[in-house]
Design a protein around this ligand. Structure first.
Ligand SMILES: [Zn+2]
Length: 331
């Protein structure tokens, strides 16, 4: 598959009731002997379709060549995230039908190439944006392929000894503003038990100091978060909390927005703002949808990347069903 061929879309996938132990692609009768479970996620010939180069799972599929799930700049992705020293936490799932990283790459890299990234800051802030923002994906600048120094400093200072470090999905930077975007597709926002927040004295458990958010980010917390609100909950939105702490530490002179990007069908679309906004001392939290972004794409036929991206979003599936509330137009 090359850059001009889209990943499978709604018109390629059989109705769900017809996909029982066989390849999900219309017209293919390859039988699938066993669906691997979450506990036993093997990918081998027993659940592989040679013709369509996908591993079949119950209600989803995975490309054998993971970059087949990307619609643009596959070599750039490999150059930055295929390197041995890449610090991106997880690139293994980029070939999954439900990968939010593949979706993020396809949308934001296409927008950058077309010079249309500036539509996103104005979508979030409601204010016009004249300049094309800098794009940073999973901490890496797309212009020079390196981990941005602000994130490296933050990790070295606060997260040196932990394995899963703060990794904002998408950062857009303009002269005066920074937008930190947590992209979700099928999975919920990450939450952790409040015992991970508290220090070990309060929790009474033998936890290492760096496990506790309260100890790890001590100096930052009071400036950014309403501690009492967080501590009154059984679970807290851990990933968004880390975005807010990072934004305050890394970009003290800029206007920062913390953004949750969701599909319209996402379970948390109507609830996340009410939950997370009270955590923050400053009113910087926004929720936007993938469908909102689609609505901002230009109608210019002279931008082939944008035409392809529109078609991709119209046809995109999640768990074999249409992912977005976007009408499909003929190509
Ligand atoms: Zn097949």
């Amino acid at each position: 598959m090359n850059n001009t061929v889209l990943p499978y879309g709604v018109s390629d996938i059989k109705p769900i009731k017809e996909i029982e132990h066989c390849c999900p692609i219309i017209g293919c009768d390859t039988a699938i002997a066993v669906y691997p479970s979450r506990a036993n996620p093997h990918n081998n010939e027993s659940n592989y379709c040679v013709k369509h180069r996908i591993y079949c799972r119950k209600n989803t599929y995975i490309f054998k060549e993971k970059t087949d799930n990307l619609i643009t700049d596959i070599n750039l992705f490999k150059d930055i995230f295929g390197r041995q020293d890449s610090e991106k936490y997880d690139t293994g799932r980029i070939g999954y039908e439900n990968s939010e990283d593949a979706l993020s790459w396809n949308v934001f890299v296409t927008l950058q190439k077309a010079g249309e990234l500036k539509a996103i800051p104005s979508l979030i802030s409601g204010k016009p944006c004249e300049e094309e923002p800098e794009l940073i994906l999973w901490g890496y600048s797309l212009s020079d392929g390196s981990l941005v120094k602000e994130l490296k400093c933050f990790r070295d200072k606060f997260e040196y000894s932990i394995q899963v470090k703060t990794e904002p999905d998408i950062i857009l930077k303009t002269a005066n503003e920074v937008f930190l975007i947590e992209a979700k597709f099928c999975s919920p926002n990450s939450r952790k038990d409040i015992s991970v927040w508290r220090d070990k004295e309060i929790d009474g458990r033998t936890k290492k100091e760096y496990d506790s958010y309260k100890i790890r980010y001590k100096g930052l917390i009071g400036d950014v978060l309403n501690k009492g609100i967080i501590e009154g909950q059984d679970k807290f939105c851990s990933q968004l909390v880390r975005y807010a702490l990072y934004a305050h530490n890394a970009y003290p002179s800029k206007n920062c927005y913390i953004v949750n990007l969701l599909p319209k069908k996402h379970k948390e679309l109507d609830s996340i703002e009410g939950q997370f906004k009270p955590y923050l001392k400053k009113d910087t939290f926004k929720v936007i949808t993938w469908e909102d972004i689609y609505g901002k794409l230009s109608d210019s036929k002279s931008k082939p990347g944008i035409v392809t991206l529109k078609r991709y979003l119209q046809r995109k599936t999640a768990n074999f069903e249409k992912a977005f509330i976007i009408p499909i137009f003929a190509p």
